[in-house]
Ligand binder design. Structure first.
Ligand code: ATP
Length: 229
């Protein structure tokens, strides 16, 4: 469903990605790993062309999107849950969802079924939600756009263990019941790797390792080398 070849992305004169290749099949979860500053967020921003790569090709849903605007890429079914959530703090939960909802997006009832806490707080302004609830809202908002591929950047960062588990549970459900594809960046590799079929490790803007996540999970030396855990 997604193929990227040779992505090279710059911030001004400074190069952040040096020819990144990446592939995600339908229904598959790809874990994107690497230490801080290795290029994970830049890869995500490059795929959605929020930070357009200077070189490289991207295909999504059988279309060349190498020159497509981000809002069109979103309409094709690439949904982003960005680092730091970026919800509309002064709008209510429901307004946050309605603001982005598209014709093919999930109806509110279906979203509330997945996240009952959001229904209880539908009329509250988003800034009054707990960190975990805000994260649920960020995921819910992506679902309201009707994604086929959901991209999550540090979605469980800074959350308490219980609510983190609720988020992983929701992601497992979305994979199993809805057949969504995922690209996930997350420091909690013990939760992420069992959910992922494949994993790709970035080092200094290049792919350092790419393979089955079960192989990565089983190899402590690999994890130590690339993640320092
Ligand atoms: P983190 O986990 O810390 O978010 P990351 O793997 O997502 O790390 P990126 O945020 O993609 O890494 O950063 C990759 C490189 O690009 C780093 O060297 C970083 O300093 C640089 N970089 C990121 N954003 C910018 C920016 N807006 N302007 C200039 N350089 C940037």
């Amino acid at each position: 469903m997604l193929q990227a070849r040779g992505l090279e992305t710059f911030y001004g004169h400074s190069q952040a990605l040096f020819g990144v290749d990446l592939e995600i099949a339908a229904g598959e979860v790809l874990a994107l790993l690497g230490r801080n500053g290795m290029g994970k967020t830049t890869t995500i921003r490059s795929l959605m062309r929020l930070t357009p790569p200077r070189r490289g090709e991207i295909r999504f849903m059988d279309k060349d999107i190498s020159r497509t605007a981000p809002f069109r890429i979103a309409r094709l079914g690439m949904g982003l849950v960005p680092e730091g959530r970026r919800i509309f703090a002064r709008l209510s939960v429901e307004e946050n969802l309605l603001a982005v909802q598209t014709r093919n997006g999930w109806p509110l009832a279906r979203i509330y079924q997945l996240f009952p806490r959001l229904e209880e707080r539908a009329q509250q302004s988003a800034r009054t939600l707990s960190g975990g609830e805000q994260q649920m809202l960020a995921i819910a908002r992506a679902l309201a756009t009707g994604p086929k591929l959901l991209i999550l950047d540090e979605a469980t960062e800074g959350l308490a263990p219980l609510i983190r588990e609720e988020i992983w549970q929701a992601l497992r459900l979305l994979k199993q019941e809805e057949g969504l594809s995922f690209l996930i960046v997350d420091k909690n590799v013990n939760d992420l790797l069992p959910l992922a079929e494949r994993c790709l490790v970035l080092e200094k803007g290049q792919v350092a390792w790419n393979g089955e996540s079960s192989a990565f999970m089983a190899d402590q030396a690999l994890q130590q080398r690339y993640l320092g855990v």
